[in-house]
Design a protein around this ligand. Sequence first.
Ligand SMILES: *Cc1c(COP(=O)(O)O)cnc(C)c1O
Length: 360
Amino acid sequence: MINVTKTFLPDQEEYLQYVREIWERGYLTNNGPVLQKLETQLKDYLKVDHLYFCGNGTIVLQIAIKALEITAEVITTPFSYCATSNAILWEHCTPIFVDIDPKTFNINAALIENSITPATTAILATHVYGNPCDIEAIEVIAKKHNLKVIYDAAHAFGVTYKGRSLLSFGDISTCSFHATKVFHTIEGGALISNHPELDRKLDMLRAFGHSGDEHYLFAGINGKNSEFHAAMGLVNLPHVPKIIQARKAVFDAYDNLLNWDILFKPTISQDVEYNYAYYPVVFPSEEVMFKVMDALRVEEVIPRRYFYPSLNTLSFMPKQIACPVSEDISVRVLSLPLYVGLPYSDIERIAGIINGHLLP
Ligand SMILES: *Cc1c(COP(=O)(O)O)cnc(C)c1O
């Protein structure tokens, strides 16, 4: 069986060394030494100053919304994983969907201002597939209208934009270190902020909002993560450059083998050092996409409909807003298998099946 992804697992003995250390110490969670070491190494690797390791990539979105005191309407993208808009709903805000750019599949910055109302307080955009949003345009709009900016950078680990970590943009960027992502800690996530004055708040919000028995400062949540998860991160982190190289090889192979007269895929923005997080391809129609999906399934190849459905179409969204580009792409896009160790012969076979089923 070939799935859309396969989790990278490091050398077991390296991980067990940390496990034995943790055992001896008897200190399993609550900002322990392994977690602190991981935070230091992540800040080093990503070249960011303020980073908080947390439980997952969803709770960090909620903490970011809480920390920036975002309320009412939040402008967001319909083309993302549902965690993005669910986090907005869980913080009692209203997602206002703005359609995507047909080239990058990211929120279309040129359409944002049309959707701003007196109730708008923030923009929450996803760097979908690790491809940077139109950061400069979003910054200009946010400044002009006094809006906070959060980037859901769950796909963007290791990506740089103009030589700078993509995680370092916006008021806060959030990351997911889930087992399906380029860098993982089994479950995990991080808050990355550009505001030193938010340090204490972010640090406390993820841990119930108090320090010791006396100082109850914020209505915090349990967004912490454990020593065991941090250990997985420490063992995986040195492998990341090699992981990205291996992913690039798979990516390049698909680029060479697929029939681009009929298929298309998002354009990676310029000035980017990419992490090859996903390999999305868009088919001429949903019908062709299903035909290809069925043909792949017969050969036990399981791609995923990333990202479907277009989030603006979900029945539980308080405001139904049409996003024709996102709705069109989401019904005919598939993310193809992409992971370290996917043999070239399988990539060839997958591309062959796809190319052979492109006519309706
Ligand atoms: C994976 C993902 C999340 C959620 O991350 P978890 O760590 O699984 O909670 C959020 N946003 C996007 C865009 C994702 O792909």
